[in-house]
Write a protein that binds this ligand. Structure first.
Ligand code: ADP
Ligand code: MG
Length: 703
């Protein structure tokens, strides 16, 4: 009964009455319409509102589309060459409108030659004191009565070739009408389970297709669009969630207990009370690691929200259960900082913790590798060097990746192969991933969130200034330094032109030195191309409070913690992404003092640039900023979107329809929990549908 259901929609388009082989070829090439089904899902991009009429004397000035009934009283061809055009005089009882055609002149000339009553539709503009309309949509009224016009007439995207083959405008609409005359309700089978239709008040599928092409009114049109978006997002989420549920069956180590090490640290050495969010995340991780399946969890928490301590507690839990743990950071400086910080926290506990990066060589490296392989080392901290092949663990139970966005999926996968069973994976990111992406690119990870910062943080004032105010800004920084504070000055680093970035940085450094008379203020510089020891030396000077100002590239973007720093000045701030600006801003506001983030831009900033700066000034939540970034830059610019398949959406919009995506995700999860392989009768049509889709491999691979 199901096998034939879509046959008619799979019919090659040339078999539709009025198409044939030649026009079929054009439809295939121009619009990728191969079948009846493709024609059905090629939706109008707008509608002509034919529900109301205006008089010539009440045409609105705003250039909206209008519909007018009147008489053509005169027509002639004027001009030559490119200026050759057909001009007709159109009148109603209130005034006169000029109609103009530059194309299809000979055909139109015949239509208007004898004058008569017409319905015209188009955009009127004022021209030399009277109204004029170019290439209006025309209907002669003797042959048609008014109620023959649908209220909303669909308009489809078109091309020159389609026009040349009479496959545009009205002619195209006729094809769609022909298609519907051959289809009946049973050809367009409802693919969503009826419970879902009822619960979410969705328009039935057949009706939605009819209404999106030929809407009866605005409300039904909206319902149709909603239904089709729902279907699209739901089907998309069913695929992702199925993948995620399958992962639950990847075996992982079972951490059965919370032991002495964890408990001793928690009760004796934990320097502060955990926030509620931190406790919740710990509970989630504890639960994950008891199930017998591998944990794949993403921990999102704004800059400074306290992810490190959560990571540390998880590592202690791992050790309690007899396994090793490792933690990777994207840069040496950050790895070093984690190592030093964690070593300090654990200094009174009998835990063997080591550090490994690409720069640890020779004997020292050999020793680390040896102790790692025999299980002596319990915690290893480092850069991605620690997932390279020669690094062999004895029994790696947990790996933590700090700052996810610098680690590719391939690197994550490498980790899984470190043991017979894959270690649990906790990915931490301070670049909040917009909700949409969390549901698409990272949709296979479980997500934990630390929403609130630890208590006692002072809000950071963010200020946007341009070049002209540089001197004042510098004075302000000097004032802060004289109060005993420290400041960062950051220059953009754009990899395509490292040389130029470097020049900007050094020029800036010289300028800052001049301003602050190097003899009374200490200024240090850090950038990625600097030799490692020099970099560390300079960084340490700032961390220890020996330097007042640090001039840097985005090297300092992640992780660096200097509570005494109260000013972050960002040069050419318009060249940074919003999330990056937010990261940089998070370097200050870590101590007890009021902190400032100053965004310095050129005075010739674009309006988009201005809006971005205002977002930073007004928004403090990294999540809100990430959402705005997505909206302003578009999904293609944000890491990970391209692979997510979210850009293949046909009718739904990854940014605008995020709420609907979230809803459909929940609906998909509920459904799959109830019926993982869609075996229930009520889900049979859905399964059939998934299996007949063009991208059916997705479903058949995972089911
Ligand atoms: P991030 O999430 O950006 O990695 P960190 O883990 O570096 O943040 O934490 C930022 C700062 O907040 C650190 O100095 C840390 O000691 C402190 N911190 C973390 N959790 C708490 C807490 N519950 N109460 C007080 N301070 C905390
Ligand atoms: Mg951190």
């Amino acid at each position: 009964m199901f096998t034939h259901k879509n046959d008619i929609l799979l019919t090659p388009i040339e078999y539709l009455k009025g198409v044939g082989p030649h026009r079929g070829e054009v439809l295939r090439k121009e619009l990728e319409i191969h079948t009846f089904g493709d024609l059905l899902t090629h939706y109008p991009f707008r509608y002509m509102d034919r529900s109301s009429f205006v008089k010539v004397n009440s045409i609105p000035e705003d250039g909206a589309y209008v519909q007018i009934i009147g008489k053509i009283t005169f027509s002639e061809i004027v001009g030559t060459g490119r200026g050759r055009r057909l001009v007709a005089t159109f009148k109603d009882e209130t005034g006169m409108l000029e109609l103009v055609w530059f194309q299809g002149i000979s055909w139109m000339e015949k239509v208007v030659a004898n004058g008569g009553l017409f319905l015209v539709y188009g955009k009127a503009v004022r021209f030399n004191g009277y109204w004029s309309m170019t290439h209006p949509d025309m209907d002669k009224l003797e042959s048609l009565s008014l109620d023959q016009f649908p209220n909303f007439q669909p308009v489809y995207s078109s091309t020159e070739k389609l026009k040349a083959k009479s496959l545009a405008g009205r002619n195209y609409v006729k094809l769609v009408q022909t298609l519907f005359s051959q289809l009946s309700q049973k050809d367009i089978i409802e693919n969503l389970p009826s419970d879902i239709i009822t619960q979410h008040q969705l328009m039935p599928r057949y009706e939605a297709f009819v209404q999106i092409h030929f809407p009866s009114d605005q409300i039904l049109l909206q319902k149709a669009v909603h239904r089709l978006k729902f279907e699209e997002l739901f089907v998309h989420q069913i695929g992702i969630c199925k993948l995620k549920l399958n992962q639950k069956f990847i075996h992982g180590y079972r951490f059965t207990k919370v032991g002495d090490i964890f408990n001793q640290f928690y009760s004796t050495y934990l320097p502060f009370e955990l926030t509620d969010d931190q406790k919740t995340v710990l509970r989630e991780i504890r639960q994950d690691t008891q199930t017998g399946a591998q944990m794949n969890r993403l921990l999102q928490g704004d800059v400074g929200s306290g992810k490190t301590i959560v990571a540390l507690l998880c590592m202690l839990l791992t050790i309690d259960n007899g396994f090793q743990a490792c933690m990777m950071a994207p840069t040496e400086i950050l790895a070093q900082q984690h190592y030093v910080g964690i070593k300090e926290l654990l200094k009174d506990m009998p835990i063997h913790i080591e550090y490994l990066t690409g720069n640890i060589k020779g004997k020292a490296r050999k020793e680390v590798l040896k102790q790692l392989a025999n299980g002596d080392i319990q915690i290893l901290i480092g850069t991605h060097a620690l997932i390279e092949d020669p690094v062999v663990f004895n029994n790696l139970g947990l790996s933590i990746i700090d700052e996810q966005h610098r680690f590719g999926v391939a690197q994550r996968a490498k980790l899984w192969k470190k043991n017979a069973l894959p270690p649990h994976v906790l990915v931490m990111t301070a670049t909040p991933i917009p909700r949409t992406l969390a549901m698409t690119s990272y949709g296979d990870l479980d997500v934990s969130v630390i929403k609130n910062l630890p208590p006692g943080r002072k809000p950071i004032s963010t200020i946007h200034r341009n070049e002209i105010h540089r001197a004042k800004v510098m004075d302000f920084i000097r004032h802060e330094i004289d109060q005993g504070r420290q400041a960062y000055i950051v220059y953009p680093l754009i990899q395509e032109s490292e040389k130029m970035d470097y020049e900007n940085l050094t020029a800036g450094y010289e300028q800052v030195k001049q301003f602050f008379h190097a003899h009374t203020y200490n200024i240090c510089m850090v950038h990625g191309k600097m030799p490692q020891d020099e970099k560390e030396q300079n960084m340490n000077a700032f961390i220890k409070g020996n330097a007042h100002i640090m001039v840097a590239t985005t090297v300092i973007e992640v992780g660096v913690n200097v509570p005494n720093a109260s000013v972050m000045l960002i040069e050419s701030a318009e060249r940074f992404g919003l999330s990056q600006l937010h990261q940089l801003r998070g370097r200050v506001g870590r101590g007890a003092d009021k902190s400032y983030c100053i965004l310095l831009t050129s005075s010739k900033i674009t309006s988009n640039g201005k809006e971005r700066m205002m977002t930073m000034v007004n928004e403090t939540s990294g999540f809100a900023i990430a959402e705005k970034d997505l909206e302003l830059r578009g999904p293609g610019e944000i890491d990970g979107t391209r692979q997510s398949g979210a850009l293949d959406l046909h009718i739904a919009d990854i940014v605008k329809d995020v709420n609907l995506m979230e809803l459909t995700r929940n609906v998909a999860i509920t459904l799959l929990k109830q019926d993982p392989d869609l075996m229930m009768d009520s889900n049979r049509n859905l399964k059939e549908f998934l299996l007949t889709r063009k991208d059916k491999e997705v479903w058949s691979r995972i089911s």
